[in-house]
Design a protein around this ligand. Structure first.
Ligand code: ADP
Ligand code: MG
Length: 380
């Protein structure tokens, strides 16, 4: 029994809390196939949930106390009260902030005991944070029979991250974790939250997706990310549209210099999302590769959010058989997504490690990820 299995989490709950959990729920991490920096411009993204999950065993209390512990934060049981949820700090803010946001959205009831264990690597660009938020959200919503729909749960996770953790993230990660279906990606309109399933067909085509964590860390609260968001807002204002999602390639000529570059990334990336969806729907996932590589070039040259360690992984992967590769996430570090034939994965992994060593970059960690289903109840 792996320590993160639903049965193990249920057992930890029994041992630590001293009664039966009322349910065990899980939610996956995600990777975004394409659509980078389109979310905060109200455009489209195309994430898929991955086969790594966060599990939460939960039970209601009769007082106003909330406890939360996690196998990934051993020895740290956090105990608080309902009226102090929004002041949570550290790792527990993701779980307690979600509970706070759900209560703001109308979740009734008293306190909770929550036990968490997951196998989404923390801070590796696979959204362990959304996995944690969404597992907590689904657990407390289902157990309290609150019948909150999954969009409401996704918004609560985002609010936890925005308002309690203090990270200015969009809704993509939570939507992917809650709405994705096995084997498919989620085409998400970040303006309306309308979503459609898009079958990936990777396995049938003999393709693998590899996520290479460069080990170069970015800080979302840092200036670079805020600066790019501000540039997008400024460009939209200059063009007289409410968000860059409404800008067309022809309109770009009306912008100057840096603003034009930033907007061009968003506008061309939006086009790439729709091309990738068309290729997948036509049953040609291998043809997605060049779109990923074009996305990387745009993020590097127009949006200017790449760093040498990311560029080195992309170049090396492409030189060793990858069909496409791009940085994923906000940029300035983090991970690269590689699309490759299954039999090239070993060689790519070795080559990116050698290149990082030669360049004096941190040792990268490569993980294959497979499309999986969204948040669900588990048998404890
Ligand atoms: P990412 O979402 O890309 O993994 P973030 O920095 O957004 O990276 O979120 C990672 C943080 O989320 C961790 O540092 C930790 O505070 C919290 N977290 C995620 N999963 C867990 C977990 N299973 N147990 C405890 N904390 C977690
Ligand atoms: Mg996160």
């Amino acid at each position: 029994m792996s320590p993160e299995s639903a049965a193990a989490v249920g057992q930890t709950f029994r041992d630590a809390v001293g009664r039966e959990p009322e349910g065990v729920f899980s939610a996956p991490g995600r990777v975004n196939l394409i659509g980078e920096h389109t979310d905060h411009n109200e455009g489209h993204v195309l994430p898929f949930a991955i086969d790594r999950r966060c599990r939460v065993a939960a039970g209601r209390r009769t007082d106003d106390v909330v406890t939360v512990r996690s196998a990934q934060q051993p020895g740290d049981t956090v105990t608080t009260t309902l009226d102090a949820l929004a002041t949570a700090r550290g790792w527990s803010a993701y779980a307690l902030g979600t509970l706070w946001a759900l209560r703001e959205a109308g979740l009734p009831g008293a306190g909770w005991d929550l036990v968490v264990a997951g196998d989404v690597p923390l801070g590796a660009g696979l959204s362990s944070s959304a996995a944690l938020e969404c597992a907590v959200a689904l657990a407390v919503s289902e157990i309290s029979d609150a019948a909150l729909d999954r969009h409401t749960l996704a918004r609560a996770g985002r609010r936890a991250e925005n308002d309690v953790v203090g990270a200015p993230v969009g809704i993509m990660d939570q939507a992917a974790s809650l709405l994705c279906r096995e084997g498919g990606a989620l085409l998400l309109d970040c303006r309306t939250l309308h979503s459609e399933d898009v079958a990936l067909g990777l396995e049938a085509a003999g393709l693998e997706t590899l996520v290479v964590d460069t080990g170069v860390r970015h800080d979302l609260a840092d200036g670079g990310y805020a600066d790019r968001r501000a540039a997008c807002v400024a460009a939209a204002e200059a063009l007289g549209v409410s968000a860059l999602r409404d800008a067309t390639p022809e309109m770009l000529a009306r912008l100057d210099g840096t603003l034009r570059q930033r907007a061009r990334h968003v506008v061309t990336e939006e086009g790439r999302v729709h091309r990738v969806v068309a290729l997948l729907r036509a049953g040609d996932p291998a043809a997605v590769g060049p779109e990923l590589t074009a996305s990387h070039a745009s993020l590097r040259d127009d949006f200017e959010v790449s760093v040498p360690a990311l560029d080195a992984v992309v170049e090396t992967a492409l030189a060793h058989g990858a069909l496409g590769a791009r940085l994923v996430g906000g940029g300035f570090g983090g991970s690269v997504l590689v699309l490759a034939p299954g039999d090239a994965v070993g060689e790519i992994t070795g080559a990116v490690a050698r290149r990082a060593a030669a360049d004096g970059h941190p040792e990268p960690v490569a993980r294959t990820v497979h499309p999986a289903g969204g948040a669900r109840r588990e048998d404890p």
